[in-house]
Structure formats: structure tokens, C-alpha cells
Design a binder for this molecule. Structure first.
Ligand SMILES: Cc1cc2nc3c(=O)[nH]c(=O)nc-3n(C[C@H](O)[C@H](O)[C@H](O)COP(=O)(O)O)c2cc1C
Length: 251
């Protein structure tokens, strides 16, 4: 694994990543913290979010809430954004979707640095003095971060057919075959973390109409437990990495 400078690629990070809930007691090296902090600053500038990296703060995952599930967590990303969770246009996805899309960039970067992560929607204590939050902002969720005690486990995924209109790999070009990059994108999206592994997303390939641009429509399904916008943002990032951004435009 790894490219010429020894770090794994984002696609390799997608394949290697699993949610990790138990961590060892080892502080993150300063040089890795600066790489992560730089990326946090970059995504905040680009997204308008207010994500913060919190280190050496063990209280959020101690006590009743986290009992039995998480252990040894003392670093996390506090995923803060504007309260008003509506999208202004197709290009400006809802705050929740952006939390997913940009948060997963941090998750995959952490993976390439040899760190482990877990998205956390509910099972944490909100330690208010550990991060900043404006009056018009809220904490959407957290991402636990650190050196895993294990590298996570494989859990059952849906199939390409269940979450997309991709043709079978054996279908011939001209006989309704969807492009290979589309299948690769869906395969990468299937490895995305989603709340309780619900995978309530769907990718639809749309043939070029006049302008030669292949389009992909990403939709979210219904879920009683929610988090489908965040999940969709995460899955869309994976799709872009798997498919290659240059091959298509979002519908
Ligand atoms: C938005 C979101 C919220 C999540 N919340 C929790 C949580 O509260 N507790 C937990 O243990 N895991 C949580 N997870 C992790 C999922 O359970 C996990 O991603 C899913 O089961 C797939 O497993 P994998 O990440 O190892 O591929 C969350 C994941 C996402 C994307």
C-alpha cells in the first residue's frame, strides 16, 4: 500500500477505513496534529463550517453515555455548523450534507496518517468548554480520533444493485452498460460509514444530454433515525474519489 511518498492514497484509505471505538492511550504526534489542523482550516474556509479539532480531552467519551461502546477516546473533531439546516441551492448543500462531505475528508486524511476514527451522532457528552460555538451555530455530531486498539471490523454492506442503476459488469457497451467509473464510484460509496450502517442512499447514472457531460444524481432514502443528509454527504465524497471527479458532474 502507499504511493511514491509512502502515504496511502484516498482510495486506499476508503478501503482500509472501519469505525474504531476503542483507542490506546497514546497522544497524537505534533506534526500529525498540524497536518490535521491545516486541513480543518482549509475545509472550514471552503464550506463555511466551524469544525474544530479537540485534543487531550477525555471527558466527552467517559461515563454512562459511552459505557461499553467507546473507550480511550481523548481526541475528536467537534462538527459545528450554522443552525439553519436548509440548502440555498443545489451547489450549496444543506449544512448536514456539508458536515458529512467535509468531515469525511478529515476521516480519510486521518486514515492516511495511520489514525483511526468513528463518526458519533449520539453517544458522547457535550463538553461545552472544549470548543467554540456561536449563538447561530450548533454541534451536529463528533468524530472520535486516535490510535485504535484494533482496526475495526467488516460488517455487511448492500450491493451495487441495491443502491444504484449500474448495469451488471458483464453488460456490453451500447447495450445499456453504465460506465466503469460509475460502478467504481458506487463501490466506493458502499464503503462509506453511515449511521447504524443504514446506507439509505441511491446513485443514478444519467446519460449526457447534448453537452457531453455524464450526470449523476445522488438521492437519500427515508429513515426514522435520521442522519440521511449527513450520510449522503459522506457517500458523495466516496463516490467522487472512486469515480474520479473529472468523469461526471452532479445532477
Ligand atoms: C452520521 C453517523 C453517525 C454515527 N453515530 C454513531 C454512534 O453514535 N455510535 C457509534 O458507535 N457509531 C456511530 N456511527 C458509526 C456507524 O455505526 C458505522 O459507520 C457503520 O456501522 C458502518 O461501519 P464502518 O464505519 O465500520 O464501515 C455513526 C456513523 C455516521 C456516519
Amino acid at each position: 500500500m502507499g504511493n511514491w511518498h509512502g502515504r496511502m492514497t484516498l482510495l486506499e484509505a476508503i478501503q482500509a477505513r472501519r469505525s474504531v471505538r476503542k483507542y490506546i492511550d497514546k497522544p497524537i504526534e505534533e506534526n500529525l496534529i498540524s497536518i490535521l489542523q491545516e486541513k480543518v482550516d482549509e475545509v472550514n474556509r471552503e464550506s463555511g463550517l466551524h469544525i474544530q479539532l479537540v485534543t487531550n480531552e477525555p471527558r466527552a467519551f467517559k461515563g454512562k453515555m459511552a459505557y461499553g461502546t467507546f473507550s480511550g477516546v481523548s481526541n475528536y473533531f467537534a462538527m459545528v455548523g450554522k443552525k439553519n439546516d436548509t440548502s440555498t441551492s443545489a451547489a450549496h448543500a444543506s449544512v448536514s450534507e456539508r458536515i458529512g462531505y467535509y468531515g469525511e475528508q478529515l476521516v480519510l486524511l486521518a486514515q492516511t496518517l495511520g489514525l483511526n476514527t468513528c463518526w458519533v451522532g449520539v453517544t458522547y457528552n457535550n463538553i461545552k468548554e472544549a470548543y467554540e460555538k456561536g449563538d447561530d451555530e450548533k454541534l451536529y455530531c463528533m468524530i472520535a480520533l486516535g490510535y485504535g486498539n484494533d482496526s475495526g471490523r467488516n460488517i455487511k454492506r448492500k450491493s451495487i444493485k441495491q443502491v444504484s442503476n449500474a448495469s451488471d459488469a458483464s453488460t456490453e457497451v451500447g447495450m445499456g452498460a453504465t460506465p466503469k467509473w460509475f460502478r467504481d464510484g458506487v463501490a466506493a460509496a458502499l464503503l462509506a460509514p453511515t449511521a447504524i450502517n443504514q446506507q439509505k442512499f441511491y446513485f443514478e447514472y444519467l446519460e449526457p444530454q447534448g453537452d457531453n457531460t455524464h450526470k449523476v444524481k445522488a438521492k437519500r432514502g427515508f429513515s426514522l433515525i435520521g442522519y440521511t443528509k449527513m450520510d449522503l454527504g459522506i457517500a458523495k465524497l466516496h463516490f467522487e474519489i472512486g469515480a474520479g471527479k473529472e468523469n461526471f458532474a452532479w445532477w
